[in-house]
Design a protein around this ligand. Structure first.
Ligand SMILES: Cc1cc2nc3c(=O)[nH]c(=O)nc-3n(C[C@H](O)[C@H](O)[C@H](O)COP(=O)(O)OP(=O)(O)OC[C@H]3O[C@@H](n4cnc5c(N)ncnc54)[C@H](O)[C@@H]3O)c2cc1C
Length: 385
């Protein structure tokens, strides 16, 4: 039986970040396997035969305040500066999301809009970012009206479609993350670094894997019997790794309907949300991301779905106590296996943004991988799987 030094399951950003660090800093061989026919995990992007940009697993906008992550990824790509501006179709108007002063002026008559803006400026600093839960706590009847309007028209129905449950059942902490901008700032994110890799995420990740110590095998599902390694880093679903022995961790999934049109643009912005009408949640027009010029355009319409292993993709972990307890059982088991690291958004059953996934992989390299390396160097013993 051939035992590899390092096997990494999953060529998404978590797996490739760790592969690059092990290959370059430890100068060790790494075998990266992925069950899909391509690298880059969910960040995968491609250019079709007519040069149009598209993303099979939905839109990805890189945004971070973490300079370490920005600098790390900047070794592999130049960046196309991109600030996401999102609109939502509300009461027949396209309204900026997050809700800002422009949104207020689009949704309400002039006198009411002016009064709401004045009251917001009395309470909060100009250019600040508050949450809908802060606004819901206000005694002032106009501000309460505004909070309820945003809750009902922006948050409630979108959330019910997205998660397939009543909005009241969604963890209250989610409301603290629904922002309102006390300004005309149109950006969805306010992070210091916001961009898309100039030639796409796949090209960036291809560069990360381009190292003589790294071997890549695609179209290959991890198999415990054949894939033996001294150090195994698994970035697939943790419950799948243990053959679902304690039960399945649920996810929310998505279906994307892609359409190509013989016109330059369908939308003015890259993402439009439809909180209240239709069964879908949003439409993405990909060409906005890289500012590509073409007579044609591709859009994707996004339908939230229940996740069924083998049928669709596990996208969003569902955070609640029951699932947390189930996760803890798998994590305890994983800790008892020498040489095993289970990581990434599927391994840790945690929604990570791209920057957080990379930051976590860098942290794991320093904490787990380097530690073991030094243990091994000091002959503390390191058991083979
Ligand atoms: C719809 C959606 C939109 C998002 N948009 C953004 C955004 O705009 N900005 C942002 O910062 N973040 C966004 N994210 C988050 C981003 O996708 C993740 O941070 C990132 O993909 C995490 O990388 P990962 O390597 O941990 O996981 P993944 O990208 O999922 O990679 C895991 C890889 O492991 C492989 N794999 C799994 N099991 C096995 C197995 N048994 N055998 C072999 N291979 C296996 C999979 O095929 C996959 O390639 C979004 C996420 C979703 C779901």
């Amino acid at each position: 039986m051939n035992i590899s030094k390092n096997i990494i399951v999953g060529a998404g950003l978590t797996g490739t970040t760790l592969a690059y660090k092990i290959a370059t800093e430890l100068d060790e061989k790494v075998l990266v396997i992925d069950k899909r026919p391509h690298i880059a995990g969910n960040c995968y992007d491609e250019f079709d035969s007519e040069g149009l940009y598209l993303k099979k697993y939905g839109p990805h906008i890189f945004h971070t305040n973490d300079k370490k992550v920005w600098d790390f990824l900047s070794q592999f790509t130049n960046w196309h500066p991109f600030f996401l501006k999102t609109e939502a179709f509300i009461d027949g108007n396209l309204v900026n999301i997050p809700f800002n002063f422009d949104s207020i002026e689009k949704c309400f008559p002039k006198t009411l809009a002016t009064r709401l803006e004045e009251k917001l400026l009395e309470k909060y600093e100009y250019n600040s970012r508050i949450s809908i839960s802060q606004l819901l706590e206000q005694d002032d009847k106009d501000l309460k009206f505004l909070a309820n309007y945003i809750y009902e028209n922006v948050f409630k129905n979108y959330t019910e479609k997205q998660w397939g449950i009543k909005a009241e059942k969604v963890d209250k902490s989610v409301l603290t993350r629904v922002p309102i901008l006390i300004s005309r700032d149109k950006r969805y994110f306010q992070d210091r670094y916001q961009a898309i890799p100039q030639y796409g995420y796949t090209a960036m990740i291809e560069k990360m894997l381009d190292h003589p110590n790294i071997e890549l095998i695609l179209n290959t599902k991890f198999d415990k019997k054949t894939h033996k390694a001294e150090r195994l880093i698994f970035t697939g679903c943790i419950d799948e790794f243990f053959d679902y022995k304690y039960g399945k961790l649920p996810y929310r999934s998505l279906a994307f309907k892609f359409q190509k049109f013989d016109k330059e643009f369908c939308k003015d912005t890259s993402i439009v949300n439809y909180p209240n009408e239709y069964d879908f949640t949003r439409i993405t027009e990909f060409k906005h991301f890289l500012d590509l010029k073409s007579e044609k355009t591709i859009i994707a319409t996004e339908y939230p779905q229940h996740y069924e292993p083998g049928k669709n993709e596990p996208y969003y972990p569902i955070a609640n106590k029951e699932n947390h307890d189930l996760l803890a059982k798998y994590q305890t088991e994983a800790k008892n296996i020498d040489g095993l690291i289970i990581a990434g958004r599927l391994g840790e059953y945690k929604y990570y943004n791209i920057d957080a996934a990379v930051a976590r992989a860098l942290e794991l390299f320093d904490k787990e991988v380097l530690n073991e390396f030094f243990k091994e160097k000091n002959n503390f013993g390191y058991s083979c799987r």
